[in-house]
Design a protein around this ligand. Structure first.
Ligand SMILES: Cc1cc2nc3c(=O)[nH]c(=O)nc-3n(C[C@H](O)[C@H](O)[C@H](O)COP(=O)(O)OP(=O)(O)OC[C@H]3O[C@@H](n4cnc5c(N)ncnc54)[C@H](O)[C@@H]3O)c2cc1C
Length: 395
């Protein structure tokens, strides 16, 4: 993420926090190296790492200032660059972009008062519950339904794959209020996970052990009207706002983590090829080129991420840029993890350098926040509106 853009603020107004300067980013990387890296590879949610991150104020704006997506993305990337576990970064991103940020954007003053102090300091963990058994790719026909009664709301349904659910206190739930209106009939609700009728069942997964996921069951849950986030029928806007932030910024931590892994891989190769040599044994050129090529892939993904953050800041197309960033960054970090794992060869198979963990962790993000196929659908639908056939003159 470029230096010039470091000087900008986002469009949330004059009170938006500045993005971190290079010194803050360096300190954040050092913090991750000292306090978050020793916990790798994670075998579960790292509550003490979580608290240290939030106690440091990483996701808690300074008094009188509001947080922004760009700042959070920079900090996540620095944490990844310092060696923080991908699961912890993913959990923090799901908490911030999937729950805290929509509360900031759509919450009433009393909802801000009720939720933000504890969400922004990490004392409460949040999650975003959209996906259902019928599939996460199409969200217009949700089976989770809400009925507004005279003085309360009643919510029933089940949500799958909810990141953080087993450790969270509150879920932002998207439900259908007027099923016949499709996506325009959706509404959003802040549901305390200890409310009567709510149960959470952890889901086993292949990777991202540090970001536990679960099924959230809602069995005729009775909520006060104040649980509604945004206006009735604003569920689509709330959901898209959260997904837009997630798709654009959540994987910045994974780009940082890929850079960390690249540096570690180079260290491994240097020691591997100096074994038994007098001095100056070179890493074979074919491997030097592999590392150089990985660096190019990361730089390209980072540049697109930076552009995506710009578009989000300046009210750019809500679907196109987040989809392009999500598709490109998720595929890049997965490809880089595969390549680095291959370089470790037998030591990779033994997961001695956590390269197998990285392969599985990065597989997860190919589906999270929407698959590449669904991102391509969005990109194409925007493209189809703007592409015009070229006119060729025949000689
Ligand atoms: C690590 C992880 C974290 C997650 N966190 C959350 C979370 O916090 N909250 C939450 O609500 N959900 C979460 N999810 C769910 C995620 O959003 C869904 O997995 C994703 O949207 C895909 O839905 P699905 O898995 O049901 O696949 P499906 O929708 O069933 O898709 C199956 C296949 O069909 C393809 N497909 C479907 N529709 C189309 C189409 N129209 N065009 C082309 N191809 C299509 C898909 O690309 C995919 O290959 C998470 C998932 C993962 C893996």
């Amino acid at each position: 993420m470029s230096e010039s853009r470091n000087q900008r603020q986002d469009s949330q107004g004059p009170t938006a926090e500045k993005v971190p300067d290079p010194a803050e980013l360096r300190l954040t990387r050092q913090f991750a190296g000292q306090h978050l890296h020793p916990g790798r590879p994670a075998s579960g949610f790292d509550l003490s790492g979580w608290q240290l991150m939030f106690d440091r104020g990483l996701f808690n704006p300074a008094p009188g200032q509001s947080h922004n997506i760009r700042r959070t993305a920079h900090l996540l990337k620095a944490l990844g660059g310092g060696g923080a576990d991908r699961g912890l970064l993913f959990a923090a991103g799901a908490h911030y972009f999937g729950c805290t940020y929509p509360v900031i954007r759509f919450g009433s003053p009393s909802q801000h008062q009720q939720w933000l102090p504890s969400l922004q300091t990490g004392r409460l963990i949040g999650c975003l519950a959209i996906t259902e058994e019928g599939g996460g790719s199409g969200q217009s026909a949700l089976a989770t339904q809400v009925q507004a009664q005279a003085d309360n709301l009643r919510l029933s349904g089940a949500k799958l794959f909810v990141t953080n659910a087993p450790v969270a206190s509150v879920a932002l739930v998207i439900a259908s209020e007027w099923p016949q209106r499709g996506s325009l009939g959706l509404s959003a609700f802040l549901v305390p996970l200890d409310a009567p009728g709510v149960s959470v069942v952890p889901m086993n997964s292949m990777g991202l052990a540090g970001a536990p996921a679960g099924v959230v069951r809602l069995n005729d849950v009775c909520l006060p009207p104040s649980a509604r986030l945004g206006a009735p029928g604003a569920g689509l806007a709330v959901m898209l706002s959260a997904l837009r932030a997630e798709r654009t910024a959540l994987l910045s931590g994974f780009l940082g983590a890929a850079e960390f892994d690249l540096a570690r891989c180079y260290q491994f190769l240097q020691s591997r090829f100096s074994v038994g040599q007098k001095s100056g044994a070179a890493v074979p050129q074919v491997l030097q080129h592999r590392l150089a090529s990985i660096r190019c892939e990361l730089a390209a993904a980072e540049a697109l991420l930076d552009r995506g953050l710009d578009e989000v800041d300046h009210g750019g197309d809500a679907l196109l840029w987040p989809a392009m960033v999500k598709k490109t960054v998720s595929e890049t970090v997965a490809s880089v993890a595969d390549q680095i794992h291959q370089i470790y060869a037998g030591q990779g198979w033994l997961n001695l350098h956590e390269s197998a963990t990285a392969v599985l962790d990065t597989r997860a993000v190919l589906a999270a926040s929407g698959t590449s196929e669904v991102m391509l659908n969005m990109i194409w639908s925007q493209l189809a509106r703007t592409l015009t056939p070229l006119e060729f003159s025949t000689p």
